[in-house]
Design a protein around this ligand. Structure first.
Ligand code: SF4
Length: 368
């Protein structure tokens, strides 16, 4: 009910219902080939597992089963309860547990309304994806393939993921045939223009995610340190106040992107948040000029930059990294120059940890 219909477009937008999103309902975007793959799955593997479950009579044994009768205008859903009562509600309000019990009438009997099923044909609980990814990563490791993924890593498209890596703009340039937006626009190919649009959406979604995560961290009582700690806290509060009910439209996402107070960037591997103020960005030699970059360059990040803030989450990661490095140093297998570099890294991380512990502050509303 929330999967776009396959057509002839390059990209499609769909909607994640409020009750199953982390904080609020939101758009998602899917490319034509990705949606095509889902259709192939529906027609093949999924269908086979449904047949197996139907033959085994598994669906009839599900307690509290609900049969969807209609998905009407505005995504209002009508369904029949197991006691025969007809109910109606908005797709936004259907929880994950309720969706697991929802079925539709297919040619050969009832079929789950949810797309992703287990091999036994039962709706897959969203938390099970973590295990699925773990097993896939283990299989890659066993086969000698250096590939590791978690569901969280897939929140943004590969393109935006590449873009945010050190040297990512160059990598994207090689991948898509352009290096910067101006150059790329000059190429003028439809595919590349679509790609840039998607990149812009992904940047907006990534920003919204980072702010939502910041707000979650502060609500959990995390402490914040660093020269930009105040701006990080203010940005999370402003995001909460403006978008707590959900940011839904592209215009709202664009407004988010253009709000100078909400330019908060997180690199999953970095031990800092960049609260990007282009006038203070030490990574940008053009800062203060009209040609200054509007986004951070993590590959040139400078430890003395006034845009840096850190939370307890970053420091937890720093602790883990110190432990890992100490283990590597202790095994004595590295040549002396490399061991020296590892020791320097440990010292840097320990300085960061001590600075955080000595200066961290907990935002007012998170205190008991
Ligand atoms: S130097 Fe680092 S913290 Fe400062 S603006 Fe650049 S990426 Fe952000």
């Amino acid at each position: 009910m929330e999967l776009p219909e396959l057509g002839a477009r390059s990209y499609y937008s769909g909607w994640v219902g409020r009750a199953v999103a982390k904080r609020a309902g939101r758009f998602y975007y899917v490319s034509h080939p990705a949606l095509q793959s889902v259709e192939v799955y529906r027609a093949s593997t999924r269908q086979a597992s449904i047949r197996r479950a139907q033959r085994a009579g598994s669906y009839e044994r599900i307690p509290g089963l609900q049969v969807v009768e209609e998905v009407g205008r505005g995504r209002r859903v009508r369904w029949t309860e197991s006691d025969g009562r007809l109910r109606e509600g908005h797709a936004n309000e259907l929880t994950a547990a309720q969706r697991m019990r929802m079925f539709v009438r297919g040619e050969d009997g009832l079929e789950p309304a949810m797309v992703w099923l287990t091999e036994t044909g039962m709706p897959m609980a969203y938390r099970s994806w973590t295990k699925t990814f773990e097993r896939a990563s283990d299989r890659c490791a066993a086969a000698g393939v250096r590939l590791y993924a978690t569901p969280k890593m897939l929140r943004h498209s590969v393109a935006w993921f590449i873009y945010r890596q050190p040297g990512g703009r160059i990598a994207l340039g090689l991948q898509y045939g352009h290096v910067g937006r101006t150059l790329a626009a000059a190429y003028g190919g439809r595919t590349k223009q679509d790609m840039l649009k998607v990149l812009d959406f992904e940047r907006q979604l990534a920003l919204a995610d980072t702010l939502a995560e910041a707000s979650d961290r502060l609500a959990d009582g995390e402490g914040v340190s660093g020269p930009a700690a105040e701006r990080y806290i203010d940005a999370a509060h402003e995001f909460d106040a403006r978008y707590a009910g959900g940011f839904a439209t592209r215009a709202q996402l664009r407004a988010l992107m253009n709000n100078p107070r909400l330019q908060v960037y997180e690199d999953p591997d970095a031990l800092l948040t960049c609260n990007h103020d282009p006038y203070k960005a030490l990574c940008d030699p053009q800062r203060g000029r009209s040609t200054a970059l509007r986004t951070p360059s993590f590959d040139r990040c400078h430890a003395a930059c006034a845009n840096i803030s850190r939370t307890d989450t970053h420091i937890e990661r720093a602790h883990q990294e110190v432990e890992r490095l100490r283990g590597e140093i202790a095994d004595g297998l590295n040549p002396a120059p490399l061991a020296k570099r590892l020791n320097q890294r440990v010292e840097t991380l320990e300085t960061i940890i001590h600075q955080h512990q000595n200066t961290r502050r907990i935002p007012r509303q998170a205190q008991p």
